[in-house]
Design a protein around this ligand. Structure first.
Ligand code: LLP
Length: 431
């Protein structure tokens, strides 16, 4: 199986976290996002333990909440003693309304407006991850007006190509994010930060991309960042207290993809960091990581009802579902691979090649192509695995389709964490 929270029961039904997905679909309706809370907590624990073991206290993971943002996930992160990465006032609002201790929130983004900056300060965001010179000046000004000293990390681009999809690669020198090391802009940003009295510089950040399976791009990024840090120590006398290596570790969406051992990766990266620091004469900084996908992706599953089955003789077969790009735009955007099954007929022979299509008036609204299923009938349940990351958070109301409900599974029970959008919700802002 793709992940150890997936199984099949005696009725031939798919089970997720040992709960019958058919029963859950009957109880809560479709389409339905299902989250395995125990798996989310297990992943947080893996990152926390690995970072503490490798670097000691003060090194910890931040959950990149762009992967899945809703009040309940922030409550879980609070409970797990995680930090969080937030990228918008909307995420800041959701987290702080959920009672997350905002001192442990790190505010990202390549275009924080003055209003965003003030809002983040009002909500007590702990650290700003500053993307460039003008933002730094805006943070300093807002902090001065508020009479505070704002903790800031600087986002730098180490110039790494992580060999992932171009749209989710972010560490190259021509990226829209951060200040380039090789262009000299990173060094000048440090000098500016050190020269402003309402800024407390606490280190550097980089994020090279997402869905990365190898460890080598992370090691190269760490090497470059530490080399930069040593250079700054020499020229400006400033030594970074924290180094944030971003997120990006890959997740298994299909059987062909490898299963990553996150703890092993972290200890591999740690060995390199310690050696590099020793050779550069640096103290080992506190190391932060920002996993999003690898915390929530395989803790999620989406279940849909099959509707029309269209066979075009000599061409292809379509199975249409009651959701699609509105709840999961990742195939439409990136041709992202997914594993699909019929949740109510797990033991039936898979001999029907098909394209799983969404319900929108858009030919590109597909969930997956080249899928083998038992020949579906109207009313069968189609399950898509590994949808916990970048599905709900990227969902839309295109064609005025409401977003699905999200149910969390915990220790054999289930509860609604996000209710299904109603027609009233959809038309709420229409005058
Ligand atoms: N930190 C920063 C600054 C980031 O920009 C991101 C992701 C992360 C951490 C978390 O990366 P992760 O561990 O999830 O790979 N919508 C795309 C993914 C975009 C990722 C954006 N940044 C997708 O659906 O694949």
């Amino acid at each position: 199986m793709l992940c150890d929270n997936i199984s099949v029961n005696g009725k031939g039904h798919l089970c997720f976290a040992r709960q019958d997905v058919v029963t859950l679909a009957e109880k809560y309706g479709t389409p339905l996002y299902i989250m395995d809370e125990d798996k989310v907590r297990e992943k947080c624990a893996i990152y926390k333990k690995a970072l503490t073991e490798a670097f000691g206290n003060g090194s910890f993971p931040l959950y990149a909440s762009k992967a899945l943002s809703c009040k309940q996930i922030y409550r879980i992160m609070k409970d797990e003693n995680m930090g969080i990465d937030v990228v918008s006032p909307g995420e800041i609002y959701t987290a702080s309304e959920a009672g997350f201790p905002m001192a442990r929130a790190f505010f990202h983004g390549n275009n924080k407006t003055d209003a965003d900056i003030r809002f983040a300060m009002d909500r007590g965001v702990g650290v700003f991850v500053c993307d460039g010179e003008d933002e730094l000046l805006a943070i300093d000004k807002a902090a001065a007006e508020k009479g505070i000293k704002q903790r800031v990390m600087l986002r730098l681009t180490p110039g790494i190509d992580p060999h992932t999809h171009a749209k989710i690669s972010t560490g190259k020198v021509d990226s829209k994010f951060g200040a380039g090391i090789e262009t000299g802009q990173a060094a000048s940003l440090v000098a500016t930060a050190l020269g402003h009295k309402n800024i407390e510089l606490c280190g550097y950040h980089c994020h090279i991309g997402s869905q990365i399976f190898e460890i080598s791009p992370f090691i190269s990024a760490a090497d470059i960042m530490l080399g930069f840090s040593a250079g700054i120590k020499k020229t400006l006398g400033y030594e970074a207290e924290m180094l944030n290596l971003g997120g990006g570790m890959g997740v298994r969406y299909t059987e062909e993809q490898p299963q990553i051992d996150y703890a092993r990766n972290i200890s591999g990266i740690a060995a390199e960091i310690k050696e590099k620091c020793a050779s550069l004469g640096l103290k080992v900084p506190k190391i932060l990581m920002e996993p999003g996908r690898s915390i929530v992706a395989d803790a999620g599953l989406t279940v849909y009802e099959a509707g029309s089955i269209k066979q075009i003789p000599g061409f292809k077969n379509y199975v249409s579902i009651d959701g699609g790009m509105t709840d999961n735009p990742r195939y439409a955007l990136y041709e992202a691979p997914y594993t699909v099954c019929l949740a109510n007929r797990m033991e039936d022979k898979k001999d029907f090649p098909c394209t799983v299509a969404g319900r929108c008036c858009e030919s590109g609204d597909l969930i997956q192509e080249g899928v083998l299923l038992p020949k579906p009938k109207r009313g069968d349940l189609v399950a898509v695995f590994t949808t916990g990351a970048y599905n709900y958070s990227m969902a839309s109301n295109y064609n005025r389709v409401g977003r699905p409900a999200m149910v969390f599974l915990r220790g054999g029970d289930s509860y609604v964490a996000v209710r299904r959008e109603s027609f009233e919700d959809i038309a709420r802002n229409d005058i």
